[in-house]
Design a protein around this ligand. Sequence first.
Ligand code: NAP
Length: 460
Amino acid sequence: MTYQSVNPYDGQLLKTFDELTDNQLETALVTADTCFKSWRHSTFSERAAVAVKAAAIMRSHVDDYARLVTLEMGKRIEEARSEVALSADIIDYYAKNSERFLASQDLKPTSGEAEVESVPFGVLFGVQPWNFPYYQLARFAAPNLMAGNVVMVKHAGSVPQCALAFERLWLEAGAPTGAYTNLFISYDHVNRVIDDPRIKGVALTGSGDAGQSVAGRAGQNLKKSTMELGGSDAFIVLEDADLEKTVKWAVWGKMNNTGQSCVAAKRFIVVEKLADRFLEKFKTALTALKPGDPMDKATTLAPLSSEAALVKLLDQVTRAVASGASVVMGGGRVDRPGAFMQPTILADIQPGNPAFREEFFGPVALFFRVKNEDEAVALANDSDFGLGGSVFTQDVARGKRVASRVDTGMMFVNQPTWTLPELPFGGIKNSGYGRELSSMGIHEFVNKKLVRVASIDALM
Ligand code: NAP
């Protein structure tokens, strides 16, 4: 059964859901396509009224929405509440700004007139991951619905209750049936949906393997796609960093969402002058985290999203150690029921070690000691990923210079990479292509259509 809620805190099976049949999928596609034909002609203020209501519903039922996240994928309840608030902020942001973002652009040609209109593509298909069960959906749905597109979403199999809650949200907010459609479908059906001529664009957030499959299929169909894939963000500590503040951010950057974030700090690259002191303080802070029920506000270490995620991470650690890495702390599962991983630091990772290139999706920090800034930048860039990254220094101008030298889609100075509605989000290299959020996110799936009014006679 692909679509099932299992509580990773105690392994209890909560609910299962059937996949759509061929006929049900066809009905959903017809409904979405029909909806687009009218939704595309709705005004920005009509769409914004729906979006503002959706955001308000999320805020007024924050506990209900948050509880489902914690139940299905184990996120600490306060983090789940923050995710609900952030999702509502994203929806509000596009309600407020989309008309301005998509206003026709006058090209001011040398003669006659020319402008670029932004016209919705049609029905879009999104494939989304479990790690931020609402935020990922909001990031895809809000700009595209506001642009006049309609969306169909295959959410991850492990968060079906969140998937249904988010679909219900749009109906409760007054969106017409078919504007937002949740699809419980198999991978075969994912391919079928991408092939369907009614689908005009495809967006995936997930792993590189899923990206290759979904982007490949979209490419075969000559359909535009965006890919938000994995990362192995560098967390660079220069010798003039404020150590106390930096260690606090290191803990947050590694442990937010129990490390299960594409932009979690994954490679800690510390200049040798601070390396020993940083490592000692980082270790002490991670040791203080206490596993417990993620529904309990006092818990500081949550389980991973599933037993399978834990097994995968443990296997990565075992292979890293077999290839020469040393365990500074942790390295195993927590001796208690549930999918709990010990906060872990690995060091002595050489370029031939598989850990040097892999993404560790959980509370495992890879620690590297470097001589200076140049070595830090070179190591940060020696990665197949290019999503986010951060640099810590008390000299902001220096931080910005280092940020410019690191090849990623996002660099932060004195904070690990994070997200806000108004900041573009996305990567390069194996971290994917395209951008979500900000004004850039809403331009991905609109036709930039030139309308030219000539003022000359026919050319001979
Ligand atoms: P995943 O296994 O790739 O799953 C993501 C989504 O793709 C799920 O809905 C999954 O469905 C589906 N999927 C997987 N393989 C597929 C295939 N061959 N054909 C069709 N659909 C397929 O990734 P995950 O483990 O859920 O999420 C973690 C990954 O996402 C990490 O690599 C993380 O860095 C990345 N991520 C990136 C961003 C970003 O913005 N760049 C944000 C969040 C996460 P099932 O659940 O049914 O398998």
